[in-house]
Write a protein that binds this ligand. Structure first.
Ligand code: SAM
Length: 278
């Protein structure tokens, strides 16, 4: 049964088969496109950087609401389809590139001068984390990000620090932003339908974060801690960074943690303090 609001954008009608290689699951539920676009564009003066516009179902809704949309799509075969589907809009620019190899700072400076910008996308699932981390780590100057991701990934990205679901990516996302899950989207809203439920998440970028003295070192400690899930933080960090376990255990004790603490129980502040000591 079709979901409410479902319609019309079908890849087959264009003679193009969706490409698994590029993670193509196109939105065919206009109600969902409208809901995502409203979240992305709270005011008509805003710019939107869209990642992976596909055939333009979401792009159209963004273009109706925003001052300008710049959409980066890797699949060259989709470009003429996109151009045709977006013909009536003069505020959309399409860039045929791999977003991971695109200088997003340059795009923001050239295309969105003086505008607040939202980054948006029904992201290709095979590179969800790299795309989000590109935006966050490179501190691309967007105000917030609205992204459709697999539900399981959304739960990891938006988990609370110190909770069972917390992992290295949770802490990285939380370091740069305040994340939350907005709503779920069922497989029937896509063509072809994916095997799993999706969620739309929103990441509000922190304008200033209290940086640890050595950010790189802190993330190296976080990665080491989570690289061996069943180990205690002391064992995993010592093994991962080639340190003496007693040194790591003593540092944990010094910051008030039990040396047998599990990494998922540790907060960003704990990791910042630990990395300053070892
Ligand atoms: N936004 C469209 C929609 O909702 O119908 C398409 C979403 S589909 C899940 C992901 C889109 O990202 C596809 O159009 C795919 O070709 C594109 N894509 C995949 N990898 C990409 C990359 N590295 N850079 C830019 N676009 C990419």
């Amino acid at each position: 049964m079709a979901e409410r609001g479902q319609r019309d954008v079908s890849a087959s009608g264009k003679g193009l088969a969706p490409k698994k290689l590029f993670g193509q699951n196109f939105l065919v539920n206009s109600g969902i496109c409208e809901k995502i676009a409203s979240e992305c564009v709270p005011d008509a003066e805003r710019g939107v950087l869209e990642i992976g516009p596909g055939m333009g179902a979401l792009t159209r809704e963004l273009a109706k609401r925003a001052k300008k949309v710049v959409a980066v799509e890797i699949d060259t075969e989709l470009i003429p389809v996109l151009q045709e589907n977006l013909r009536e809009f003069d505020n959309v620019k399409i860039i045929n590139q791999d977003v991971l190899k695109t200088d997003l700072h340059a795009i923001l400076a050239e295309e969105f001068s003086g505008m607040k910008v939202t980054a948006a996308g029904n992201l290709p699932y095979y590179i969800t984390s790299p795309i989000l981390m590109q935006l966050l780590e490179q501190r691309v100057p967007v105000e917030y990000i609205v992204a459709m991701v697999q539900k399981e990934a959304a739960q990891r990205f938006c988990a609370q620090e110190g909770s069972r679901e917390s992992g290295a990516v949770t802490l990285a996302i939380r370091y740069y932003s305040e994340p939350r899950i907005l709503f779920d989207v069922s497989p029937g809203s896509f063509y072809p339908p994916p095997k799993v439920t999706s969620s739309v998440i929103r990441l509000d970028l922190r304008q200033s974060n209290a940086k640890p003295a050595d950010e790189k070192r802190m993330f190296a400690v976080i990665r080491a801690a989570f690289s061996q899930r069943r180990k205690t933080a002391a064992n995993a960090v010592a093994a991962g960074l080639g340190l003496d376990k007693a040194v790591v255990a003593a540092a944990l004790a010094e910051i008030g943690l039990d040396p047998s603490v599990r990494p998922e129980k540790m907060t960003l502040a704990d990791f910042a303090a630990l990395s300053a000591l070892i």
